[in-house]
Design a protein around this ligand. Structure first.
Ligand code: G3P
Ligand code: CA
Length: 263
């Protein structure tokens, strides 16, 4: 079985990451799952934003966790990717809501409605970002929201990822059965994590780590864990994943990965 193709922050190579536009594009090209990062706003909404601050993707000062959703909704999260768009007379008129801050609720609704309309199962890989001032409240809100959709159990088209082992332990306690992915940034983290993570937890190393430590991938699979690898954008990196029997490749270029895998 070939790996599942997961759109990392949407089709983020082409379209501004974490916008609805990037996720709609990923669904259009046939991505089998969507990856997103989530943070809590000051008024308790989960929004899909990678960075702690707004500098890179909304080109303004501010910290996501200190702002309310209504304030974030005023900002353009797409312009940084295409700064000259206003000067392009031939650019098609754009639906503004594709470029605004995306709440996790809207992303879940989008996936639910898309799957109902097309009959195609699409999964979500949701990463909680830590450290954050809200600590465990992030996972609490996440599980509450998933439960509203009936997506907090084993059969849910959802898995929760984090670099934080503590955060994943919280999810396990709040929603036993939900699939979990322990992300790994450095190979040295595996020695400790291998002793504590659950036998069914998936492990998510970065592709750089696998490139630099060719034996690590095998050590993880020999310990009985599936591998989900990020961020796989190049044919050579995809080959490494295929060789290891990786179950999901998380890519900024889902269309390109699908083409390589299915041609
Ligand atoms: O899919 C996991 C990967 O997204 C983790 O790194 O920095 O892109 O969130 P980052
Ligand atoms: Ca992420």
């Amino acid at each position: 079985m070939r790996p599942q193709v997961v759109a990392h922050r949407g089709a983020s190579h082409e379209i501004a990451e974490h916008t609805l536009g990037a996720y709609v594009a990923a669904l259009d090209v046939g991505a089998e799952a969507l990856e997103c990062d989530v943070r809590l706003t000051a008024d308790g909404h989960l929004v899909c934003v990678h960075d702690r601050t707004l500098k890179r993707t909304a080109q303004t000062r501010g910290v996501v966790s200190t702002m309310e959703l209504a304030d974030l909704a005023e900002l353009d999260f797409a312009k940084w990717k295409n700064p000259w768009i206003d000067l392009d007379d031939e650019a098609p008129d754009r639906d503004e809501k594709l470029d605004r801050v995306l709440t996790l609720r809207t992303l879940l609704e989008t996936v639910r409605d898309y799957s109902a309309r097309t009959g195609r199962r699409v999964e979500l890989a949701i990463e909680t970002k830590h450290p954050t001032r809200y600590g465990g409240l992030v996972e609490k809100r996440l599980v509450e929201l998933l439960a509203e959709f009936g997506w907090a159990g084993r059969d849910a088209p959802v898995r929760v990822m984090s670099f934080s082992y503590t955060a994943l332990q919280r999810v396990e306690r709040l929603a036993p059965g939900l699939r979990l992915v322990q992300l790994i940034e450095h190979s040295r983290n595996w020695a400790m994590l291998s002793r504590v993570i659950g036998p069914e937890w998936i492990v998510g190393p970065g592709i750089e780590v696998l490139r630099d430590h060719p034996k690590l991938g095998r050590r993880i699979t020999r310990a009985g864990h599936d591998l989900h690898v990020w961020t796989v954008n190049k044919p050579k990196d995809l080959d490494i994943c295929l060789d290891l029997g990786v179950k999901a490749v998380i890519s900024d270029r889902p269309a390109f990965m699908l083409e390589l895998l299915d041609r």
